[in-house]
Design a protein around this ligand. Structure first.
Ligand code: FES
Length: 136
């Protein structure tokens, strides 16, 4: 299944760092799997855990959350909120009988195009291993 399965990964990128990092990966023509659909948000701390669960129960196989590095959030502590919410999301995934590998939180700065590509590649491989969302 791992070879033929092409997961859909919903990717939240904060406006100030990660979205620019994703843009840099694109303008630098860095190759990464085409499995992601990016949603730009102002800050990773603004994404409620329910949005993650909604995505995973409505067609996405994984959710990747990308924000500024700790200490760099333009809303001071938004990314720390996202970090705290990651634990809640892990518990919610269990309640929904979903594997913890379906959610990943990463820090990607505006200058880290190669890192963005690496994180996406790793996330796609990670979700391929667990297979399609049972809610599909
Ligand atoms: Fe990037 Fe808050 S502005 S995580």
């Amino acid at each position: 299944m791992e070879d033929s399965f092409s997961p859909l990964i919903l990717t939240y990128c904060c406006y100030w760092c990660s979205y620019t990092g994703a843009d840099l990966a694109g303008t630098s023509r860095i190759q990464y799997p085409p499995n992601i659909r990016i949603i730009r948000v102002q800050c990773s701390g603004m994404v409620h855990p329910n949005l993650v669960i909604d995505a995973l129960t409505n067609g996405a196989d994984g959710v990747l959350m990308c924000g500024c590095h700790e200490g760099d959030c333009h809303y001071r502590e938004g990314n720390l909120r996202a970090k705290a919410r990651a634990d809640a999301i892990t518990m919610m995934l269990e309640d929904f009988n979903l594997e913890p590998e379906r959610y990943r939180l990463e820090w990607v700065s505006a200058s880290e195009g190669p890192r963005f590509a690496q994180v996406v590649t790793e996330m796609v491989e990670q979700v391929k291993k667990v297979g399609p969302s049972p809610y599909k």
